[in-house]
Design a protein around this ligand. Structure first.
Ligand code: ADP
Ligand code: ASP
Ligand code: MG
Length: 411
């Protein structure tokens, strides 16, 4: 008998019929003698709709009220899932984030889980109850509702699995595993049987939204065995049909390049002719950090005259209003021209084998050059290389790189 946390994403609970299909998966696990905790997302499209309502009242809203609003989508599906399980004669009930409680910090809209009271859930599991928990939501120490950032239900599931010391956390979604790249862009993409936590963290942070990055960080830290699998195929998680996210040591064959990720939600900001003197970078990036704007790639050009230089960096496109507000408040940038270009995308190759191989970057640059794709910014780490290119070329770049590194089926 195992304890399994299962999570169903938005498309898996998009309507009542699908919720019944998902409940069927839970019922099968219970029939095999397993204890199950179910985490659900909001129905597909609901969170976007709730965010749009907030936006209609102005982009710089009170984030605490934003959370009170957008957390509501998951409350609906948790109740519906409990009813669907009861309809099958199972003993199920929902617990909202605040009822457990799932305590988070107060970074509204992007909160981190700090503590989960596992005692209550343990007790209920012992009585044979199936517990249904809305993903994405928590509560601060001073009783305000929070949300965990877009895609945050994955993190709820993994954090619950860690707190309950579950045997596995199954993430049911609309694809049957993690692929070498998004199968929607490259139909020939190959399903990966096992991927390391480190690679999955890079893939997620570089745009592969199949798992929220924080869920993988939590899994790695707390040694949670995570599986990504499909809601719409016959198997259940205990058959292990999906992709397992595991420790690096558990992977026998280390690929030089495991996967390709992309992100369209990027903006390139260029500050023209910034005074070239010590401390200027700190003066620019500190206010950005204070405004919770994540800066990704940074390039500073060498100045020809030692007096002025251009600084280019990238941020997520949705942070542009916050970033501009922060930049406009900086005294030493008065009169500096700020250019924002949202017509860009980031394409990245990821693989732990890169550490011990050379020629990986040059193949990437050659492949893009042969397709006539101009690279605007490059950044690297031990296990990834990212390039910023014009948005229109993104899909072409992903396909060409996927082929160049031999990632397709049979490649
Ligand atoms: P859910 O609503 O279940 O949380 P998401 O839409 O957040 O599902 O994540 C699943 C989607 O992630 C897939 O439909 C797929 O388009 C996308 N995706 C991006 N990169 C990958 C990848 N490398 N492997 C699998 N899916 C990927
Ligand atoms: N419903 C939330 C979102 O769409 C959380 C999730 O589905 O993981 O971002
Ligand atoms: Mg998701």
């Amino acid at each position: 008998m195992a304890l399994i946390v299962v999570k169903f994403g938005g498309t898996s609970v998009a309507d009542v019929a699908r919720i019944e299909v998902a409940a069927g998966k839970v019922a099968q696990e219970v029939a095999r003698g397993n204890k199950v905790v179910v985490v659900v997302s909001a129905m597909a499209g609901v969170t976007n709709q709730l965010v749009a309502y907030c936006d209609q009242l102005g982009k710089l809203y009170d984030a605490r009220e934003y959370d009170a609003i957008v957390a509501s989508g998951e409350q609906v599906t948790s109740g519906l899932m409990a009813l669907a399980l009861q309809k099958r004669g199972l003993n199920a009930r929902s617990f909202q984030g605040w009822q457990i409680p799932i305590i988070t910090d107060d970074r509204h809209g992007n909160a981190r889980v700090q503590k989960i009271n596992a005692a209550l859930l343990q007790e209920r599991l012992q009585t044979g109850e199936i517990i249904v928990v809305p993903g994405f939501q928590g509560i601060t120490a001073d009783q305000r509702i929070t949300t965990l950032g877009r895609g945050g239900s994955d993190t709820t599931a993994v954090a619950l699995a860690a707190a309950l010391q579950a045997d596995r956390c199954d993430i049911y979604t609309d694809v049957d595993g993690v692929y070498t790249t998004d199968p929607r862009i490259v139909p020939k993409a190959r399903k990966i049987k096992k991927i390391s936590y480190e690679e999955m963290i890079e893939m997620a942070s570089l745009g592969a939204k199949v798992l929220q990055i924080r869920s993988v960080e939590t899994a790695m830290q707390d040694h949670v065995a995570v599986q990504v699998l499909s809601t719409f195929e016959d198997h259940v998680g205990s058959d292990l049909p999906g992709t397992l996210v595991v420790k690096d040591e558990d992977i026998m064959e280390k690929n030089v390049v495991t996967g390709i990720a992309y992100s369209r939600n990027e903006a390139k900001v260029t500050l023209m002719k910034v005074p070239d003197r010590p401390g200027i970078a700190a003066q620019i990036f500190e206010p950005m950090a204070d405004a919770a704007v994540n800066v990704d790639m940074i390039v500073q050009n060498i100045s020809a005259d030692s007096e002025a230089t251009d600084i280019t960096f990238t941020i997520v496109a949705t942070d542009v209003p916050k970033a501009l507000k922060a930049l406009e408040s900086i005294e030493s940038l008065k009169g500096v021209e700020i250019r924002v270009d949202e017509d860009v995308a980031k394409v990245s190759i990821v693989g732990i084998g890169m550490i011990s191989h050379h020629g990986v970057a040059s193949l990437m640059f050659r492949t893009l050059a042969d397709k006539g794709i101009n690279i605007q910014v490059i950044s690297t780490s031990e296990i990834k290389i990212s390039v910023l290119i014009q948005k229109d070329y993104m899909e072409l770049a992903v396909r060409a790189l996927h082929e160049a590194y031999g990632l397709e089926e049979g490649g």
